[in-house]
Design a protein around this ligand. Sequence first.
Ligand code: PGA
Length: 251
Amino acid sequence: MRKKIVAGNWKMNTTVPEGVELAKAVAAKAKEVPAGVELVVAPPFTHLALVADALKGSPVKLSAQNCADKEKGAYTGEVSVAMLCSVGCDYTILGHSERRQYYGETDAKLVEKTKLALAAGLKVILCVGENLDEREAGKHFDVVSNQTKAVLYNFTAEDMKNIVVAYEPVWAIGTGKTATAEQAEEIHACIRKVLADKFGAQVADDTTILYGGSCKPSNAKELFAQPDIDGGLIGGAALKAEDFIGIAVSF
Ligand code: PGA
Protein backbone atom coordinates (compact mmCIF):
# COMPACT_ATOMS: atom_id res chain seq x y z
CA MET A 1 0.00 0.00 0.00
CA ARG A 2 1.39 3.38 -0.96
CA LYS A 3 2.17 5.98 1.66
CA LYS A 4 -0.07 8.98 2.28
CA ILE A 5 1.88 12.20 2.72
CA VAL A 6 1.05 15.79 3.55
CA ALA A 7 4.08 18.00 2.91
CA GLY A 8 4.40 21.68 3.72
CA ASN A 9 6.45 23.76 1.31
CA TRP A 10 7.24 26.93 3.23
CA LYS A 11 8.89 28.53 0.17
CA MET A 12 10.75 31.77 1.06
CA ASN A 13 8.67 32.48 4.15
CA THR A 14 9.38 32.82 7.89
CA THR A 15 12.52 33.95 9.68
CA VAL A 16 14.50 31.25 11.47
CA PRO A 17 12.81 31.85 14.88
CA GLU A 18 9.38 31.91 13.21
CA GLY A 19 10.20 28.70 11.38
CA VAL A 20 11.31 26.96 14.57
CA GLU A 21 8.04 28.00 16.24
CA LEU A 22 6.03 26.71 13.29
CA ALA A 23 7.91 23.40 13.30
CA LYS A 24 7.29 23.01 17.04
CA ALA A 25 3.60 23.73 16.58
CA VAL A 26 3.36 21.14 13.77
CA ALA A 27 5.24 18.57 15.88
CA ALA A 28 2.93 19.21 18.84
CA LYS A 29 -0.16 18.59 16.70
CA ALA A 30 1.22 15.63 14.77
CA LYS A 31 -0.61 13.15 17.03
CA GLU A 32 -3.96 14.42 15.67
CA VAL A 33 -3.10 13.02 12.25
CA PRO A 34 -4.40 9.53 11.37
CA ALA A 35 -1.87 6.69 11.57
CA GLY A 36 -0.23 6.05 8.23
CA VAL A 37 -0.23 9.69 7.13
CA GLU A 38 3.31 11.06 6.99
CA LEU A 39 3.88 14.74 7.71
CA VAL A 40 6.79 16.53 6.03
CA VAL A 41 7.92 20.13 6.40
CA ALA A 42 10.17 21.88 3.86
CA PRO A 43 11.62 25.08 5.34
CA PRO A 44 14.28 27.25 3.68
CA PHE A 45 17.90 26.03 3.82
CA THR A 46 18.83 28.44 6.63
CA HIS A 47 16.22 26.86 8.90
CA LEU A 48 16.94 23.19 8.37
CA ALA A 49 19.36 22.44 11.22
CA LEU A 50 17.28 24.21 13.85
CA VAL A 51 14.00 22.86 12.52
CA ALA A 52 15.55 19.36 12.65
CA ASP A 53 16.19 19.97 16.36
CA ALA A 54 12.66 21.25 16.88
CA LEU A 55 11.23 18.10 15.24
CA LYS A 56 13.32 15.66 17.33
CA GLY A 57 11.14 13.02 18.96
CA SER A 58 8.22 13.75 16.61
CA PRO A 59 7.28 11.72 13.53
CA VAL A 60 7.45 14.82 11.27
CA LYS A 61 9.97 14.44 8.44
CA LEU A 62 12.26 17.16 7.16
CA SER A 63 12.64 18.20 3.52
CA ALA A 64 14.68 20.74 1.59
CA GLN A 65 13.05 22.73 -1.19
CA ASN A 66 15.88 22.16 -3.68
CA CYS A 67 19.45 20.87 -3.93
CA ALA A 68 22.51 21.47 -6.08
CA ASP A 69 23.06 19.58 -9.33
CA LYS A 70 26.73 19.09 -8.40
CA GLU A 71 28.22 17.00 -5.64
CA LYS A 72 30.55 19.61 -4.09
CA GLY A 73 33.12 22.26 -4.88
CA ALA A 74 33.25 25.74 -6.37
CA TYR A 75 29.52 26.38 -6.84
CA THR A 76 28.89 29.58 -4.90
CA GLY A 77 25.48 29.80 -3.34
CA GLU A 78 24.56 26.16 -3.85
CA VAL A 79 23.64 23.56 -1.22
CA SER A 80 24.66 19.93 -1.75
CA VAL A 81 22.77 16.74 -0.96
CA ALA A 82 25.54 15.79 1.53
CA MET A 83 24.86 19.04 3.40
CA LEU A 84 21.14 18.29 3.46
CA CYS A 85 21.75 14.78 4.78
CA SER A 86 24.14 16.11 7.42
CA VAL A 87 21.39 18.25 8.98
CA GLY A 88 18.90 15.39 8.98
CA CYS A 89 16.83 15.91 5.83
CA ASP A 90 14.77 12.94 4.71
CA TYR A 91 13.50 14.50 1.49
CA THR A 92 14.12 17.22 -1.03
CA ILE A 93 11.49 18.79 -3.24
CA LEU A 94 12.73 19.10 -6.84
CA GLY A 95 11.35 20.77 -9.96
CA HIS A 96 8.85 23.06 -8.28
CA SER A 97 7.24 25.24 -10.94
CA GLU A 98 8.65 28.36 -9.27
CA ARG A 99 12.15 26.96 -9.79
CA ARG A 100 11.37 25.92 -13.35
CA GLN A 101 9.85 29.33 -14.11
CA TYR A 102 12.12 31.78 -12.26
CA TYR A 103 15.43 29.92 -11.93
CA GLY A 104 15.76 28.06 -15.21
CA GLU A 105 15.38 24.58 -13.73
CA THR A 106 15.53 22.18 -16.68
CA ASP A 107 14.57 18.53 -16.90
CA ALA A 108 18.25 17.70 -17.53
CA LYS A 109 19.23 19.41 -14.27
CA LEU A 110 16.42 17.64 -12.46
CA VAL A 111 17.78 14.29 -13.62
CA GLU A 112 21.20 15.19 -12.17
CA LYS A 113 19.71 16.46 -8.92
CA THR A 114 17.50 13.39 -8.54
CA LYS A 115 20.50 11.07 -9.12
CA LEU A 116 22.55 12.86 -6.48
CA ALA A 117 19.67 12.95 -3.99
CA LEU A 118 18.88 9.25 -4.33
CA ALA A 119 22.56 8.29 -4.14
CA ALA A 120 22.85 10.25 -0.88
CA GLY A 121 19.80 8.52 0.57
CA LEU A 122 17.39 11.44 0.23
CA LYS A 123 13.87 10.86 -1.00
CA VAL A 124 12.68 13.13 -3.79
CA ILE A 125 9.36 14.91 -4.21
CA LEU A 126 9.33 15.69 -7.94
CA CYS A 127 6.87 18.40 -9.01
CA VAL A 128 5.14 18.48 -12.38
CA GLY A 129 2.27 20.59 -13.66
CA GLU A 130 0.94 22.58 -16.59
CA ASN A 131 0.48 26.34 -16.77
CA LEU A 132 -2.78 28.10 -17.61
CA ASP A 133 -2.05 28.51 -21.35
CA GLU A 134 -1.24 24.83 -21.62
CA ARG A 135 -4.46 23.86 -19.84
CA GLU A 136 -6.57 26.22 -21.95
CA ALA A 137 -4.99 24.76 -25.08
CA GLY A 138 -5.97 21.28 -23.87
CA LYS A 139 -2.34 20.21 -23.58
CA HIS A 140 -2.30 19.42 -19.86
CA PHE A 141 -2.13 15.63 -20.18
CA ASP A 142 0.75 15.86 -22.67
CA VAL A 143 2.68 18.47 -20.67
CA VAL A 144 2.45 16.52 -17.42
CA SER A 145 3.21 13.17 -19.10
CA ASN A 146 6.25 14.65 -20.83
CA GLN A 147 7.59 16.29 -17.67
CA THR A 148 7.17 13.02 -15.78
CA LYS A 149 8.87 10.97 -18.50
CA ALA A 150 11.70 13.49 -19.03
CA VAL A 151 12.92 12.99 -15.49
CA LEU A 152 11.64 9.68 -14.19
CA TYR A 153 12.26 7.54 -17.27
CA ASN A 154 15.97 7.91 -16.41
CA PHE A 155 15.44 5.93 -13.21
CA THR A 156 14.68 2.36 -12.20
CA ALA A 157 11.80 0.63 -10.46
CA GLU A 158 14.07 0.39 -7.40
CA ASP A 159 14.68 4.16 -7.49
CA MET A 160 10.92 4.77 -7.63
CA LYS A 161 10.66 3.48 -4.05
CA ASN A 162 12.24 6.77 -2.99
CA ILE A 163 10.43 9.10 -5.36
CA VAL A 164 7.12 10.88 -4.75
CA VAL A 165 5.43 12.80 -7.55
CA ALA A 166 3.55 16.04 -6.87
CA TYR A 167 1.06 17.29 -9.45
CA GLU A 168 0.82 21.05 -9.10
CA PRO A 169 -1.12 22.87 -11.82
CA VAL A 170 0.71 26.20 -12.03
CA TRP A 171 -2.58 28.11 -12.36
CA ALA A 172 -3.68 26.77 -8.98
CA ILE A 173 -0.51 27.61 -7.02
CA GLY A 174 -0.99 30.48 -4.61
CA THR A 175 -3.99 31.71 -6.61
CA GLY A 176 -6.80 30.39 -4.43
CA LYS A 177 -8.03 28.51 -7.53
CA THR A 178 -7.89 24.82 -6.66
CA ALA A 179 -8.19 22.20 -9.37
CA THR A 180 -11.48 20.39 -8.93
CA ALA A 181 -11.17 16.92 -7.48
CA GLU A 182 -12.04 15.54 -10.94
CA GLN A 183 -9.42 17.68 -12.72
CA ALA A 184 -6.77 16.58 -10.23
CA GLU A 185 -7.80 12.93 -10.25
CA GLU A 186 -7.67 12.57 -14.04
CA ILE A 187 -4.11 13.93 -14.14
CA HIS A 188 -3.03 11.76 -11.20
CA ALA A 189 -4.42 8.71 -13.00
CA CYS A 190 -2.53 9.80 -16.11
CA ILE A 191 0.76 10.11 -14.17
CA ARG A 192 0.20 6.65 -12.69
CA LYS A 193 -0.34 5.28 -16.21
CA VAL A 194 2.89 6.94 -17.41
CA LEU A 195 4.71 5.24 -14.50
CA ALA A 196 3.01 1.89 -15.21
CA ASP A 197 4.11 2.03 -18.87
CA LYS A 198 7.75 2.20 -17.84
CA PHE A 199 7.97 0.47 -14.46
CA GLY A 200 4.93 -1.84 -14.42
CA ALA A 201 1.60 -1.69 -12.64
CA GLN A 202 2.95 -2.61 -9.21
CA VAL A 203 5.49 0.24 -9.06
CA ALA A 204 2.89 2.69 -10.36
CA ASP A 205 0.44 1.50 -7.75
CA ASP A 206 3.01 1.86 -4.99
CA THR A 207 4.05 5.43 -5.93
CA THR A 208 2.68 8.27 -3.83
CA ILE A 209 1.26 11.08 -5.99
CA LEU A 210 0.46 14.35 -4.19
CA TYR A 211 -1.76 17.20 -5.29
CA GLY A 212 -0.60 20.80 -4.80
CA GLY A 213 -2.20 24.14 -5.56
CA SER A 214 -4.36 26.10 -3.11
CA CYS A 215 -5.06 23.00 -1.05
CA LYS A 216 -6.64 23.95 2.29
CA PRO A 217 -8.64 22.36 5.10
CA SER A 218 -11.92 23.13 3.31
CA ASN A 219 -11.07 21.31 0.07
CA ALA A 220 -8.59 18.63 1.16
CA LYS A 221 -11.21 16.03 2.02
CA GLU A 222 -12.71 15.96 -1.47
CA LEU A 223 -9.28 15.89 -3.11
CA PHE A 224 -7.92 13.15 -0.83
CA ALA A 225 -11.03 11.02 -1.41
CA GLN A 226 -9.96 10.51 -5.04
CA PRO A 227 -8.45 7.08 -5.70
CA ASP A 228 -5.19 8.38 -7.18
CA ILE A 229 -4.58 11.35 -4.84
CA ASP A 230 -2.34 10.27 -1.98
CA GLY A 231 -1.95 13.56 -0.16
CA GLY A 232 -0.87 17.11 -0.73
CA LEU A 233 2.04 19.47 -1.23
CA ILE A 234 0.88 22.52 0.64
CA GLY A 235 2.20 26.07 0.24
CA GLY A 236 0.28 28.94 1.86
CA ALA A 237 -1.75 26.77 4.21
CA ALA A 238 1.43 25.11 5.54
CA LEU A 239 2.45 28.37 7.22
CA LYS A 240 -0.14 27.89 9.96
CA ALA A 241 0.17 24.68 11.95
CA GLU A 242 -3.59 24.59 12.47
CA ASP A 243 -4.35 24.73 8.73
CA PHE A 244 -1.57 22.31 7.84
CA ILE A 245 -2.80 19.76 10.38
CA GLY A 246 -6.38 20.56 9.36
CA ILE A 247 -5.45 19.32 5.88
CA ALA A 248 -3.64 16.23 7.16
CA VAL A 249 -6.67 15.12 9.21
CA SER A 250 -8.79 15.17 6.04
CA PHE A 251 -7.98 11.56 5.09
P1 PGA B 1 -0.12 26.83 -2.52
O1 PGA B 1 1.30 26.30 -3.05
O2 PGA B 1 -0.66 25.77 -1.61
O3 PGA B 1 0.19 28.12 -1.82
O4 PGA B 1 -0.98 27.04 -3.74
C1 PGA B 1 1.53 24.95 -3.32
C2 PGA B 1 2.93 24.74 -3.79
O5 PGA B 1 3.43 25.55 -4.58
O6 PGA B 1 3.61 23.77 -3.39
